[in-house]
Design a protein around this ligand. Sequence first.
Ligand code: GRF
Length: 211
Amino acid sequence: MSETEFRIGVLGSGTGSNFVAIAEACASGTIPASIALVLSDVAEAGIIDRARERGLPARYLAPGKFRTRLEEEAESQYAAALVTAGVDLVVPAGFMRVLKSPFLSAFEGRIVNIHPSLLPAFPGLEAWKQAWAYGVKVTGCTVHFVDSGVDSGAIIGQQTVPVLDDDTPQTLHQRIHGAEHELYPKCVAAIAAGKLQVAGRRVAIGTKAVA
Ligand code: GRF
């Protein structure tokens, strides 16, 4: 690994299918970066196995006593591990805890996330179920910067997915997952390649500055 290489740190709590899409894009060179570290708050999470199968460093870090966020000391340990690994960009991939300070300040403007709806519609948990129950005809997924709110950071990219009449929440979720595996690597590749133009909430992928 060269010293100038862009380094990604991944956080995950689950199966890690988005992680796999990103790891494969790094391995093939589609994302000009390497995965420096994978951290999980769930000891038996599939994402740890998926990383180790690929020879990537992965470990469980105890999250502390809360259910939806990291305890402050744990949060400092997560941030320290990523700093030590020389991480340039933090990429949560199905990480089921809200990140707070000191983590946010340690990686300000350098944390992205993927959410399974077209934000700002349906933030929060089980967004595909919310979209299905609401009856929208089009939904999708969103890659966005992480700020101190819930799914509220500036939007980097979105991909639409149709909602079919015979969809169940599960079939819709599956289709959204497929779109995530395309969109997340594409957005991370643009960031790693230095192709993002940011002007407040307005973000563009490309060489033209955002108005
Ligand atoms: C994805 O649906 C993503 O939108 C959400 O968590 C899920 C993670 O799935 N943030 P996976 O672990 O990447 O398969």
